[in-house]
Ligand binder design. Structure first.
Ligand code: ADP
Ligand code: MG
Length: 888
């Protein structure tokens, strides 16, 4: 019962000094004893179960039935081939799926929460899994509680415990409480914090009393894995398409069967042909291909600092046309430096070099208050904590007002933490007689809660004139892109609570700090605009500061393109929606405004990406089409609510991710069109020959071979095609647009027709070499075999070649480079070798009823096989010249 014990008892029992924490060795020993701090998740799917899952497919049942029938009829070789194909298909499926799963798992690892602990006297961030009992954990707003803690220190700490209690209103915590009653319910244990709950406000420190399955949540929950395996909209649509095409295929096969019946063909043979054709025509591989292309794509994205948490986000990325971005840290470097400060009638520039300057009396008060009201540290040129505060503490160092000394002299006894709604932060510090409140924050808000001003050492009433004076200086500074922070104080006799701090203050003055834009952002903004995407700045900062930086970066061109949170509040929802497309800068906004902004953009039909880092940003991240959380400065809450995390907090990464998203979508399209063309080619060849009373050019096993073996590799290779360098010169894809829009369906049909026709032509040519026609009666078996071998080789090789043409819908092979996708080149070479092997190795050739071809026949086959590719390239080039013509 940790909640019934005093701090000292708990510390003694767990044997740790809270000022230094555990030593590294001790932590290691305890980790060995207690094991990693993680809840047991769902057991992983084994390879065997994945394998059997592959077999549960309508198509496979059909094939297995066909195998049984072939056995009954005594065609053992065919039966074995069918079974082998089923087996191979399942193996390929397992391979794809486990590869996709591994990629997703690796991403999940990257987003696993981290924890601040004190070890060896230092605070450091470690993986939450390494937490052990006795660790001293630092808790602040926005972080998940990594284990069960007995709290040692609390400063307005509030924790949302719905994961455990179902109660979504945060509970206030107090480390000083001790609950004697051993039946105190979890929700009332105010001196405890529990694993998987969430700090929403304030900060604190606690000692770990239980980890992993020993925790309260561990005791009740066995399975907590978040399911991120949801299907993307595209996958769902393709699955539907697959079903439709499946029915059509079955219809065609039934038709073939009926026609053949009346033609008095060998019914058994035509039965197998129909089944094989069904297998060929049903695009059962589509969802698997899409899954692997998505998985490979998100892995690639994670290497360039964008971690996709939800797969559907990849597709949505390609449609984004508004990027709402935080200013500080995303568009700027978040490296703040104070360069100016102002006390009444006294504007000073801070020298860039040197230390040991002596401030005037008013200036001394200004800097002192700023430093005392900051949590950041700055030592030997290194700062930790909020960059805004680092700049203030660094300013103190320059003026002989070091944080260490000040904090030791004027102990902090109370505080009201910063939040982005108030845009203020206050602390209560001990002074010689009584206490002093120090409040810093947005200058407009500081002036609102102040009654007096410090002018030349005297406290005078804050007149409208004085207010206007401060605001004018603030305006001037912010026009030069400086971030402004004001500061005020008041003396009180007694300890007061947070609610009484921010009133009746005395303004001291303000500082202006620079935060240079990120160098690479300007280019990315130009790229985004070229790609039909509007970048928009969202900030809690002053309007003038924001617009100045927005102009510098090319986001906005005039003040009219900006609006403040207060102005948004004045507007009715419809009014905001009507005007929203005119704005580029939203200044002095609070998190709730971000939700309004997202909704207004969406109401105008935009696809919006929105960045966020704080606890209160979760709603806007969830509302946005793509919620983007900051990886470095972001809270666990923001990350949890997001679709994508930027590991470098950089705007440029968002633009890169959109580019990747577009490329991935295009690649999926290439694979799908390729597979459909191939399937259609097979259907055309067989269906036409049945219709015209010709012998069937392909045997069932041959169709299976091509469909399941030769096609797979090029389809995957198309899925990892290197990105098109012009992809960011196009407009975003309309999310409502059909997958087959823009001539995609036509290309699939054209490809299928071409492949089907050359296959038939090769078959005809093969027969003709021995003096027979398609319509001849009683063609000898070996002539048929020769013709079929020609058809078989041409079908496979034309598909391989055709894949090259699929790489771009308008650009020629020469324009994109014949060898620029080395996977595809490899896939084509392997495909060739497979075709050579199956026709040349006697046992394979026999099994598939094929013949060895002469060099001359191979040459001719290659010529035939090149035709679909060549014709498609010609079609593309006429399209290109038309496009050019229409542009002129
Ligand atoms: P952004 O991240 O868009 O710049 P913030 O929410 O961080 O916006 O800041 C908004 C305003 O809040 C700032 O302009 C500043 O006036 C004030 N502010 C920021 N950080 C602090 C802080 N640590 N303490 C007090 N006030 C702050
Ligand atoms: Mg900020």
């Amino acid at each position: 019962m940790w909640f019934a014990k005093s701090r000292e008892e708990v510390l003694q029992e767990l044997n740790v000094n809270p000022a230094t924490g555990l030593s590294a060795e001790e932590a290691k020993a305890r980790l060995e004893k207690h094991g990693a701090n993680k809840l047991k998740g769902k057991p992983k799917k084994s390879l065997i179960s994945l394998f059997f899952a592959q077999l549960q497919d309508m198509l496979i049942y059909v094939l297995l039935a066909a195998a049984v029938i072939t056995v009954l009829i005594g065609e053992y070789v065919d039966a074995i081939i069918i079974l082998l194909v089923v087996l191979l298909n399942a193996v390929i499926g397992v391979f794809q799926e486990s590869k996709a799963e591994k990629a997703i798992e690796a991403l999940q690892k990257m987003t696993a929460p981290k924890t601040l602990v004190r070890r060896d006297g230092e605070v450091r961030e470690i993986s939450s899994e390494e937490i052990v009992p006795g660790d001293i954990v630092i808790v602040d707003a926005g972080r998940y509680i990594p284990a069960d803690l007995r709290l040692l220190v609390t400063a307005n700490l509030q924790i949302e415990e719905s994961a455990l209690t179902g109660e979504s209103v945060p509970t206030e915590k107090n480390a000083d409480d001790v609950h004697e009653d051993s039946h105190t319910p979890i929700g009332d244990q105010s001196n405890m914090a529990f694993m998987s709950t969430l700090a929403t406000y304030g900060r604190g420190e606690g000692i770990v009393v239980a980890t992993a399955m020993e925790t309260e949540i561990g005791k009740i929950a066995q399975v907590l894995d978040e399911d991120i395996e949801e299907m993307t909209p595209l996958q769902k649509r393709l699955e539907e398409l697959g079903k439709t095409l499946g029915f059509i295929a079955i219809g065609i096969c039934a038709l073939i069967f009926i026609i053949a019946f009346f033609q008095k063909r060998d019914l058994f043979e035509i039965f197998l042909t129909a089944i094989s054709l069904a297998v060929a025509a049903i695009p059962e591989g589509l969802p698997a291909i899409v899954a692997i292309v998505l998985a490979l794509g998100v892995t690639r994205m994670s290497k360039s600092n964008a971690i996709v948490k939800k797969l559907p986000a990849v597709e949505t990325l390609g449609s984004v046309n508004i990027i709402c971005s935080d200013k500080t840290g995303t568009l700027t470097q978040n490296k703040m430096t104070v360069i100016k400060f102002y006390t009444m009638n006294n504007l000073k520039s801070v020298p860039t070099e040197g230390t040991g300057f002596t401030p005037e009396p008013d200036e001394r008060e200004l800097i002192k208050s700023f430093v005392l009201c900051s949590d950041a540290t700055y030592e030997n040129g290194e700062g930790t904590g909020d960059p805004t505060e680092v700049a203030l503490v660094a300013l103190g160092e320059k003026y002989n007002l070091s944080r260490k000394k000040l904090h030791a002299t004027y102990q902090r006894v109370g505080e009201k933490p910063f939040d982005s709604d108030r845009k203020l932060m206050s602390t209560l510090n001990q002074v010689e007689k009584g206490y002093r409140v120090h409040t810093k924050g947005a200058i407009d808000n500081i002036l609102k809660i102040s009654k007096y001003a410090l002018v030349n050492g005297a406290v005078v009433p804050l007149t409208e004139e004085l207010k206007a004076n401060y605001l004018r200086i603030a305006e001037e500074m912010s026009d030069n892109a400086l971030r402004i922070l004001g500061v005020a104080y008041k003396d009180v006799d007694n300890l007061i609570g947070p609610d009484e701090m921010e009133q009746d203050l005395t303004v001291i003055g303000l500082v202006g700090m620079i935060d240079p834009p990120r160098l690479e952002v300007k280019d990315s903004i130009a790229t985004a605009k070229r790609a039909g995407i509007t970048p928009v700045m969202i900030t809690g900062d002053h309007k003038n500061t924001a617009v100045a930086i927005a102009k510098e970066l090319g986001i906005a061109s005039s003040m009219e393109q900006s609006i403040t949170g207060a102005e948004i509040d004045e507007l009715a929802e419809e009014e905001l929606t009507k005007r929203i497309n005119n704005y580029r800068v939203f200044a002095r906004v609070s998190p709730e405004h971000k939700v309004k902004i997202v909704k207004a953009y969406q109401a105008q039909g935009n696809i919006v990406s929105m960045t966020g880092d704080g606890v209160n940003d979760a709603p806007s991240l969830k509302n946005a089409d793509i919620g983007v959380a900051m990886g470095i400065t972001g809270t666990d809450v923001a990350k949890g609510a997001s679709d994508m995390i930027l590991t470098d907090d950089n705007f440029t990464t968002i633009v890169h991710a959109i580019e990747e998203g577009r490329n991935i979508y295009n690649n999926i399209k290439k694979s799908v069109v390729f597979l459909l063309s191939c399937n259609l080619g097979e259907v055309v060849a067989v269906f036409a020959s049945v219709l015209f009373f010709w012998p069937v050019p392909l045997l069932p096993t041959q169709i299976l071979w091509i469909n399941l073996i030769t096609d797979t590799l090029p389809a995957i290779a198309l899925g990892v095609d290197p990105g098109d360098k012009d992809v960011m010169k196009k407009k975003p894809r309309n999310p409502k647009e059909s997958f087959f829009a823009g001539g995609t369906a036509w290309r699939a049909v054209l490809g299928g027709m071409l492949i089907g026709v050359v296959t038939l032509a090769a078959f005809y040519y093969g027969l003709q070499e021995f003096g027979y026609q398609l319509g001849s009666k009683d063609i000898p078996e070996d002539v048929l075999t020769h013709g079929r071998t020609m058809a078989f080789v041409v079908l496979a090789v034309s598909q391989l070649f055709y894949s090259l043409s699929m790489r771009h819908s308008t650009k020629s092979i020469a324009q994109i480079g014949l060898f620029s996708n080395k996977y595809l080149v490899g896939a084509i070479i392997i495909g060739f070798i497979l075709q050579l092997a199956v026709t040349s190795l006697p046992f394979l050739a026999n099994a598939f009823s094929l013949q060895m071809l002469s060099a001359r026949d191979w040459g001719l086959a290659v010529m035939f096989a090149l035709l679909p590719l060549v014709i498609n390239e010609i079609v593309k080039s006429t399209g290109r010249s038309q496009e050019k013509g229409s542009q002129n």
